[in-house]
Design a protein around this ligand. Structure first.
Ligand code: HEC
Ligand code: HEC
Length: 196
């Protein structure tokens, strides 16, 4: 019985290694694709897309997870297991993948409201409709609307610390435009396609 288990494990290791080599996937990226998908585009409602961004920003995010400077449920623990050189390999791999945009049910009236809200309250820091983001390296483009909703909820219910200046803008928006403004923004970001 033991012997048989060992064979199965050996077989699995062999299978994963050859498969990874076939696809030219660096070994350190293996664990990442089990959650983020082979090309880094979201594979589930609560999973972010990590494909197609700027390498520098990708690496900063990984460093922030490792150093407990960015809120996370799983990434903080994971990132501690890797070196700076590994982060670079991960960035090289995922940043060259094109973002896959899943069809999302966007309401065009909400998109238009969201666009105006974004320009007024968010664009200062999240440039180009959240497509390119020089200050915080956050990318809203290509994210599933469900992920963006969870993401914003984490800030609003206090799970994740909000940068003070962002808090000011977000609370001001909700006060002036009502709580449904959050939903309008989610529809706007969900409709955004270009990365740069
Ligand atoms: C167990 C599933 C899982 C694995 C494995 C995993 N991730 Fe993640 N990743 C997540 C989740 C969930 C988030 C959202 C933050 C959180 O809650 O941890 C995330 C967030 C990220 C983000 C930030 C996305 C954003 O826009 O905020 C990056 C970059 C990232 N992961 C890269 C990686 C890399 C590189 C690896 C391989 C070392 C990896 N992830 C492995 C689940 C995973
Ligand atoms: C003054 C600058 C500033 C303004 C204005 C601002 N933000 Fe942010 N935002 C940031 C920074 C910095 C972060 C990164 C925080 C972190 O990683 O903990 C961030 C992070 C986020 C994230 C998380 C992204 C991710 O990948 O995890 C979302 C969503 C977000 N902002 C939405 C908004 C919305 C919506 C508005 C407008 C109502 C807004 N922000 C206005 C600076 C700002």
């Amino acid at each position: 019985m033991r012997y048989k288990n060992w064979l199965t494990i050996a077989g699995l290791i062999f299978y994963t290694t050859t498969w990874a080599n076939d696809q030219n996937i660096p070994m350190v990226v293996g664990p990442c694709i089990t959650c983020h998908g082979i090309a880094g585009s979201s594979v589930g409602p609560a999973m972010p897309t990590i494909a197609g961004r700027e390498k520098e920003g990708f690496i900063e995010i990984m460093e922030a997870y490792r150093d407990n400077e960015r809120f996370s449920t799983v990434m903080g623990r994971l990132a501690k297991g890797y070196t700076d050189a590994d982060f670079k390999i991960m960035a090289d791999y995922f940043c060259q993948q094109a973002i896959v945009h899943y069809p999302q049910n966007v309401d065009s009236a909400k998109v238009e409201k969201g666009r105006k809200l974004h320009n007024k309250y968010c664009e200062t820091c999240h440039e180009e409709g959240g497509c390119e983001d020089s200050e915080s390296y956050n990318l809203f483009t290509g994210q599933r609307m469900s992920y963006l909703q969870y993401n914003l909820a984490d800030f609003l219910n206090g799970n994740r610390d909000m940068p003070k200046r962002m808090e000011k803008y977000l609370l001001k928006m909700m006060k002036e435009q009502g709580e449904e403004s959050i939903d309008d923004l989610v529809h706007f970001y969900g409709s955004q396609k270009s990365v740069k």
